[in-house]
Design a protein around this ligand. Structure first.
Ligand code: GLA
Length: 639
């Protein structure tokens, strides 16, 4: 905290505390919620008398969920103009237990790969200064004891409920003590706190597991399902959708979309999603972001006509937007170049031929929101994919004054949250899927607004194993946007069987991303049974407990995971053999999450096993020929 004299310092001493039932909302920010029976909040009020600064440290304890939600509020009770240069949301000091540091790292099309390293002396951190939580690093940090696996070991984990710049840091110091912190990144951040003003830092979630990553994942999954996601779709099957992005890219019109819809309907698919390219003069990614008027040359008959035709076919309709962006080649930019984030006097860097709108400006937020809302008001649209296809740089706002420029990163995120809050309030029945060049903004903050997020632009079934493993480390399977796409895969050129692609997508939201009028006949014929499979298992996948059994990322051969019903009455296990090993007589897999005493029948066979046999003795996966081949095993208890 920097005062008017220019020196930096802050000495907050505990002044009082109170404990109350329930948990207050955080103004303008996503945050967990719970009833008075589910959560209790301790507020520790600290004061720096010199600065006349009050700091409220808030700890909300969700006892049944093994979760503590932590946030910090700063109030300037004096007259001095203070400047916050660093404010973290959580800090834990503990003794070293030979900790290893676990984070999620990646890149575009390679999101959220588990990364583990020994904690050494000094500070080690992951962070984002890209304006979003990012593909590259993730606002999550765990310190684990060396023996930690999916089933064993102690895990101290923190996850941030925030979608912008963050820092997650662990430090092993000279006394062999460890400090672990999480919060908004201090890079290019400075917030003015004038007399009487408040600053609310985002929420951090803290959990502990003494049964390895598995229990940690299940705690986060349950917590997000029970205390973060508000969408009415949370406990519902999402309609099986077909998205035209990988099918047509920008080359489509009303007739093409209706052809896809007719064929999709025959196969049992329930919703058509029109992706990028329906507005302005956008026939490639060079133009028109900001001009959210329907391109009547492509969408002949208009949007309402298209939506009505799709509904007549018997399907719902969804649409793509990228509301936070502006193309230099757009009417909006020609009219309002000052609405793009840029440093005055310098040419801003283009990425994917676009700039980012300055969401610190309320007028821009209103405009961008109205563009989306107007379209949604014009036709019965059931679903929105809200995309964000570039990260922020060249930070400068023509709206903010000179001393407030370093508020831009955070104000951008607040503007985004405000738009999404308005959207879910005005269109409560809308199914919202967030997206950022695939999974660049897959974080707990966005889950407050949308029950699902597109996991990655990489739809290759083999690549998805590691991406979905990393994502499911924290987030429920029901939140992971996952589709069956065509082969050779557009990202990797890899060919996998249609069946395997279906099995992998089944453990997310499930849908299609291909031109159903063009794919091989034998693939098209499999779609009705895949849709049936989705309907049969989605309640279990969406609501059940997730257990990771083997990781292709670790063993380079096969992947295996299962979802067990909360009452342990059934379990669905997926085994994907990525590489065939010749002369290999079956693989024994130990299941998890079953009732030891119950007798489980393996569906489609006469075989039965006790839970104890399956979990302790193991289950033999018979030899399979081929690479990237998969099987599903459904065990049903005879209670
Ligand atoms: C991003 C998304 C894709 C698609 C394109 C459209 O990359 O992740 O799924 O919507 O934008 O431009």
């Amino acid at each position: 905290m920097r005062g008017e004299a220019g020196s930096r310092g802050c000495e907050i001493l505990c002044d009082s505390y109170h404990i109350r039932k329930g948990k207050p909302k955080l103004k303008g920010l996503p945050a967990s919620f719970g009833t008075e029976e589910e959560v209790e909040t301790l507020e520790v009020v600290c004061v720096d008398r010199e600065l006349r600064l009050k700091v409220i440290l808030s700890y909300s304890v969700f006892e049944k969920s093994d979760m503590i939600a932590r946030n910090v509020r700063l109030i300037n009770e004096g007259e001095e103009h203070l400047r916050i240069e660093k404010v973290l949301s959580a800090c834990i000091d503990m003794d070293d237990e030979e900790f290893e540091m676990v984070t999620l790292a990646g890149g575009w099309a390679r999101e959220r790969r588990l990364q583990r390293r020994r904690l050494t002396y000094g500070k080690q951190m992951v962070s984002s200064s890209r304006g979003e939580s990012s593909h590259q690093e993730h606002p999550f940090l765990a310190l684990v004891t060396p023996e930690t696996t999916y089933q064993t070991g102690c895990v101290y984990a923190m996850n941030f409920v925030y979608s912008g710049n963050f820092v997650a840091e662990a430090e092993l110091n000279q006394h062999d003590a460890v400090r672990m912190v999480l919060g908004i990144s201090g890079e290019d951040f400075c917030w003015n706190l004038r007399g009487g003003e408040e600053f609310q830092a985002p929420e951090a979630l803290l959990t502990f597991s003494d049964e390895g990553f598995g229990k940690m994942s299940r705690s986060f999954h349950d917590f997000y399902r029970n205390h973060m996601i508000r969408s009415p779709y949370l406990h519902k099957k999402r309609p099986v959708l077909i998205n035209n992005w990988e099918a047509t890219y920008f080359d489509f019109d009303t007739e093409k979309l209706l052809d896809i819809a007719r064929e999709a309907k025959k196969a049992g698919i329930e919703m058509l999603v029109m992706d990028d390219g329906w507005f302005g003069k956008r026939n490639n990614d060079d133009s028109s972001l900001g001009d959210w008027n329907v391109n009547k040359e492509k969408i002949t008959g208009g949007l309402k006509y298209l939506v009505e035709q799709v509904r007549e076919i018997g399907m719902e309709f969804g649409i793509w937007f990228e509301p936070e962006m502006i193309s230099p080649d757009s009417n909006l930019y020609r009219e309002h170049p000052e609405w793009a984030i840029h440093i005055p006097g310098r040419k801003a860097t283009e990425s994917r031929a676009q700039y980012v709108l300055d969401l610190s400006n309320p007028e821009v937020v209103d405009y961008a929101y109205e563009c989306v809302a107007k379209i949604l008001r014009s036709a019965p649209i059931s679903y929105v994919k809200w995309d964000m296809n570039r990260q922020l740089c060249d930070l400068g706002s023509s709206y903010l004054d000179r001393v407030s420029q370093q508020e831009l990163f955070h104000r951008y995120v607040l503007g985004l949250y405000e738009m999404q809050e308005r959207l879910v309030n005005e269109f409560p029945e809308l199914l919202l899927e967030n997206c950022s060049s695939g999974g660049g903004r897959f974080d707990a903050g966005m889950l407050y607004y949308s029950p699902q997020i597109w996991c990655s632009d990489d739809t290759d079934a083999v690549e998805r194993l590691s991406i979905q493993e990393g994502t499911a480390l924290l987030y429920p399977l029901s939140t992971m946007g996952a589709h069956v796409s065509d082969c050779p895969n557009h990202m990797t050129g890899r060919i996998t069987s249609f069946e395997t692609r279906g099995h992998v997508a089944l453990f997310g939201t499930f849908g299609y991303e291909l031109d159903i009028t063009k794919i091989p006949e034998q693939d098209r014929k499999m779609i009705p049974s895949q849709v049936e499979m989705y309907h049969k298992y989605n309640d279990l996948v969406r609501e059940g407990d997730y257990y990771r059994i083997a990781s292709y990322r670790e063993n380079h051969k096969y992947d295996c995971f299962l979802v067990a019903a909360k009452d342990k009455s059934e379990a669905l296990m997926t085994f994907v053999q990525v590489q065939c090993i010749p002369n290999f007589h079956g693989k024994k897999i130990r299941l998890q999450g079953l009732d030891e005493k119950a007798l489980y029948r393996l569906e489609g066979t006469e075989e039965s096993f006790t839970g104890e046999m399956l979990m302790k003795g193991g289950f033999v996966i018979d030899f399979m020929q081929g690479d990237a081949v998969s099987r599903l095993y459904h065990f049903v208890a005879n209670f």
